[in-house]
Design a protein. Structure first.
Length: 249
């Protein structure tokens, strides 16, 4: 947001009184580095062996950051009675700041208020749109369906765009690659729940955020326990070395 220039506003008002029939409106917006679509394409090109443990670890951490921020954004607009209706990687903006990922949701051209029973422009992008959305219905759970497909793209690696379309088409039919339940069991179950054909069976933003944060807290506690065990082991090894006359380590 830009600062209000009161002098400029007063000048425009004065000009309007002088029967000036036009004015120029300037909107200052954030400059985003790239879209999630571009980020995914670059990541997929870099990943030569998606089964490597290091790659899986890095991917899981990034996916969690992106997912939590997307859910927070959707939770906010849904609380304001608005459905986005076009959630897809090209409408999600991503930038890296201070070794962290910042996500912004854009392009509200197809957004509709929840008061609308039917919305003629609610079709969105067919590959990502929920079944009820394609029928013109306005429902916040439609955004959750699209989010499920975006999450699928985040955890899966595609060699070509054609392969991506084929896998997503199968996902829309309810078919999730079995290997995903091995490499990303929690995410696979989440995707499965998000792409349910019936909106009532899909989780909402609040419940998913709560589940993610609870899991994150558990993981942190486990890491603390592991760290304490390692420190105790190091301390024990130092005592053994001291007993054998080895000092200064």
């Amino acid at each position: 947001m830009c600062k209000l220039d009161l002098k400029e506003i007063e000048r425009i008002r004065t000009n309007n009184k002088s029967k000036v029939r036009w004015a120029t409106l300037y909107i200052q917006m954030a400059l985003c580095q790239t879209t999630l679509k571009q980020w995914l394409e670059k990541r997929n090109a870099m990943v030569t062996d998606p089964d490597k443990a290091l790659v899986q670890g890095l991917r899981s951490d990034a996916v969690r950051q992106i997912l939590i921020q997307l859910l927070s954004g959707l939770e906010y607009i849904h609380s304001k009675g608005v459905v986005h209706h076009d959630i897809k990687p090209s409408n999600i903006f991503i930038q890296v700041e201070n070794n962290g990922i910042v996500i912004q949701l854009g392009d509200f051209g197809l957004a509709c208020p929840l008061q609308s029973v039917r919305h003629s422009l609610a079709f969105g992008t067919k590959l990502y749109a929920a079944p009820e959305q394609l029928a013109g219905k306005c429902n916040p759970k439609s955004d959750m369906y699209s989010l499920g497909i975006v999450l699928f793209e985040l955890v899966e690696n595609f060699r070509t765009d054609m392969e991506r379309v084929e896998y997503i088409t199968e996902l829309r039919k309810g078919h999730i690659p079995s290997k995903l339940f091995v490499t990303h069991p929690d995410m696979a179950q989440m995707i499965q729940s998000l792409v349910q054909k019936s909106p009532e069976l899909r989780p909402d933003t609040t419940s998913l955020l709560h589940a993610l944060k609870s899991t994150e807290t558990q993981e942190i506690e486990q890491l603390k326990v592991q760290l304490a065990e390692k420190e105790e082991e190091i301390s024990h090894l130092k005592e053994l070395l001291t007993m054998h006359g080895i000092k200064g380590i």
